[in-house]
Design a binder for this molecule. Structure first.
Ligand SMILES: Nc1ncnc2c1ncn2[C@@H]1O[C@H](COP(=O)(O)OP(=O)(O)OP(=O)(O)O)[C@@H](O)[C@H]1O
Length: 231
């Protein structure tokens, strides 16, 4: 589904990603892991076209998207739920969702209804301001906004950060359900090991901007955790 080859990225003179080769298999839930500041968000932003890469290529299926602008990547089927959610606090829930519709060719009414079925709480709160929602509800809104244009790849940056445990479990269930029922491929950054082990089928680990390990989630050993993830 997604293939990165030889990615190097710099913030000014600071070399952040080093020769990263990275693959998200079609139909997988792939979890990108690593300690704080190792380059996980930077890598996701490169995939989304929000940061440009110095060298390397990014392919979505067979298509080279390395030089394609961020908004076109969305219309090619990549949904993004950024860290911190970035919903619009002054806009209503429904207005926030409608922002996700601009990528669609139809008016998106059916898609909106589908999102409301997935997240009934958003329908109840359709006219409330986004900023008045709880953290968990805002996260559901951010995921709903990304789902509204039927992405084939959904990218989430720490979706469970700052969210109460029952909503974390719900988000995990939702990702598993979407993956099983609709074939949605998922790439997520997640630091919580139990969540990653429950939800993901694959893992990748970044350490100081380099990809140091990856494979089936069952291969995420205590040794790898100790070496690259423990703080
Ligand atoms: N806009 C920026 N300008 C300069 N350096 C940056 C910028 N954004 C991030 N960095 C640096 O790049 C490195 C990687 O940051 P990044 O946010 O990608 O890490 P991360 O693995 O996602 O961390 P976290 O888990 O804390 O979100 C860090 O050293 C960070 O300080």
């Amino acid at each position: 589904m997604l293939t990165l080859k030889g990615i190097n990225q710099f913030y000014g003179g600071s070399h952040t990603l080093w020769d990263v080769d990275f693959e998200v298999p079609t139909g997988s839930i792939t979890c990108l892991m690593g300690r704080n500041g190792m380059g996980k968000t930077t890598l996701l932003k490169c995939v989304m076209g929000l940061l440009s890469v110095s060298t390397g290529s990014i392919h979505l299926d067979e298509k080279d998207i390395t030089a394609i602008a961020a908004d076109r990547r969305a219309s090619l089927g990549v949904g993004y739920v950024p860290q911190g959610r970035e919903i619009f606090g002054q806009l209503s829930v429904e207005e926030n969702l409608r922002l996700g519709q601009y990528v669609r060719k139809d008016n998106g009414a059916e898609a909106l209804e589908r999102v409301y079925q997935t997240f009934p709480v958003l329908k109840q709160m359709a006219r409330r301001r986004g900023g008045d929602l709880s953290g968990g509800q805002q996260q559901q809104l951010a995921i709903g906004r990304a789902l509204i244009f039927d992405p084939k790849l959904l990218i989430l940056d720490e979706p469970c950060e700052g969210i109460q445990p029952n909503i974390v479990a719900e988000i995990g269930d939702l990702l598993i359900r979407l993956n099983k029922d609709t074939g949605l491929t998922v790439l997520l950054v997640e630091q919580k090991l139990p969540f990653a082990r429950r939800v993901a089928s694959e893992f990748r680990i970044l350490d100081k901007g380099r990809l140091v390990a990856g494979g089936d989630i069952g291969e995420l050993s205590d040794t790898l955790v100790e070496r690259h993830l423990s703080v």
